[in-house]
Design a protein around this ligand. Structure first.
Ligand code: 5BU
Length: 469
């Protein structure tokens, strides 16, 4: 990189354009860095330097107009226009509601060419919208220029739409300069890189296009998880190198405690259907908690609350099961809407118990349509203070502070005679972005339960590693 470019990085850092720390993005994600190019109007020299760098690229292109994307890039396109004598056009953020109702301001004719300038390219989605709007006005655009490529999927997305993209800096290059001049720590650079890797934006879009999921990491989930149980669970997963939840679907106290002891060393979570235990009593809960502590796993009661708020509150807190007293996490349907989440929150117990929303079921004739699942995931994303994640098969929440729990996992069977559908664990982690797999019969019906649990655990952990790589 030229000395001039390096110096510009340092100046941008000093001006507070390149920020490192903890920032809440528009999407609600917590990011370890933030690029605020609106600040460049605070230093005319920097504005000129940036314009010069962009002109280095633009001077070889053929175009009639410069088009800056509001707001940050407007000052840049104005500066370039004055410095290099090219007229400018502007695409409004919204069409005017009165008068001309124009969406593109300036003096131009249909068929003319323009290049488009933006400060940062991240997902590329807003840029694609801008390009579509220019096309509707009869303008031709083939080249997109930006100062920084955040390396989060936008450049390939734009290229796949047929545009050429030119960036002054890749985010990686900026990090290396700042590291070289000791402006940021190695940890900050790594956190930024990890964030970028794990947030190649618009997963749902990518998934629809058949692209496999980006590599969400446990570390990243923990960074952005809000509920204490989520953080605890990630700590357990990484300490034990296990993303296995055993579904303990047995019917007596004795069987449950025995199973918990056997699988305990290999799991991060034990899932119960406590109302299936014929001889349930309070003592069972006390013993189960002891085993959970000894082997370091959390307890998920798979109660699947599904009623109106008034009722789910009672189901959560009332004897004989008094679930709120002991479960680290509980599952809940949102068929009644987010009011059931509000009702559970109002019990005051959700500081110790996290909710897992059932977004999609594993059965072959499930009624959880794509639309239902998306809405359920939205509810999870809007309630991150009390929600750990979702139970789903194919859809991962975009917000990496939430986890994806997936049942219907078995290495020896494809399903049962009651509609259950099984998938192999490896695919669940690598292709579908699963964070925790839930295995019931695959483990507790095995001849050697502990050995089988260990086998699942190894496959789960290796597959997670594969996803990261
Ligand atoms: P299995 O024995 O691995 O099939 O048990 C699966 C468990 O996961 C069982 O307790 C179900 O209640 C639970 N489950 C499921 O199988 N599918 C779903 O969609 C949901 C939960 Br939600």
């Amino acid at each position: 990189m030229s000395t001039q470019k390096k110096e510009l990085v340092l100046k941008l850092f000093e001006l507070g354009v390149l920020k490192f720390g903890s920032f809440t993005l528009k999407s609600g994600l917590l990011s370890p860095f933030y690029l605020d190019f609106r600040r460049i109007i605070g230093d005319p020299n920097i504005l000129r330097d940036i314009s010069e760098q962009l002109w280095e690229i633009a001077k070889d292109l053929e175009f009639d107009h410069l088009c800056g994307v509001p707001y940050a890039a407007l000052s840049i396109s104005s500066t370039m226009s004055v410095l290099y004598g090219k007229p400018m056009i502007v695409k409004r953020k919204e069409a005017k509601k009165y008068g001309t109702k124009k969406i593109v301001e300036g003096v131009f004719e249909k068929g003319q060419k323009c290049i488009i300038l933006d400060d940062v390219i991240s997902s590329g989605i807003s840029m694609i919208e801008t390009l579509e709007a220019l096309k509707k006005e009869g303008l031709q655009t083939t080249d997109v220029l930006a100062i920084v490529n955040r390396m989060q999927g936008g450049v390939p997305a734009l290229e796949s739409h047929g545009y050429r993209v030119h960036c002054v800096y890749e985010m990686d290059e900026i990090l290396s300069v700042l590291l070289e001049y000791n402006k940021i720590s190695k940890q900050q650079a790594e956190d930024t890189q990890e964030f970028i890797r794990n947030n190649s934006i618009n997963f749902e879009q990518l998934r629809k296009e058949g692209v496999s999921v980006p590599s969400w990491s446990y570390r990243n989930i923990k960074l952005r998880a809000e509920h204490p149980v989520a953080k605890r669970l990630i700590n357990i997963i990484t300490a034990k190198r296990s993303n296995l939840c055993c579904s303990a679907d047995v019917s007596t106290k004795r069987e449950l405690l025995q199973l918990a002891n056997r699988v305990g060393p290999h799991i991060c979570m034990l899932k119960t259907h406590i109302d299936n235990i014929q001889d349930f009593d309070r003592e069972l809960v006390i013993e189960l908690k002891k085993i959970a502590e000894k082997h370091n796993f959390i307890i998920l009661e798979d109660r699947k609350f599904a009623d109106i708020g008034h009722i789910v509150k009672q189901q959560f807190t009332s004897p004989p099961f008094s679930i709120a007293d002991w479960a680290d996490a509980v599952t809940v349907h949102v068929i009644a809407g987010s009011s059931s989440i509000d009702a559970l929150r109002s019990t005051g117990y959700l500081n110790n118990t996290g909710l897992i929303i059932v977004a999609e079921m594993s059965t072959q004739d499930t009624l959880t349509s794509e639309n239902y699942t998306e809405q359920a995931i939205r509810i999870a994303e809007n309630n991150k203070d009390v929600v750990l994640g979702v139970v789903a098969q194919n859809y991962r929440p975009e917000s990496a502070g939430l986890m994806m729990f997936t049942p219907g996992i078995n290495i020896d069977s494809k399903g049962d005679q009651h509609g259950q559908v099984y998938n192999p664990p490896s695919e669940a982690f690598t292709k579908r972005g699963v964070d925790v797999m839930i295995v019931g019969r695959g483990i507790y019906q095995a001849e050697d339960i502990a050995k089988k649990a260990a086998e699942y655990r190894n496959i789960g952990w290796d597959s997670y590693q594969e996803r990261l790589n």
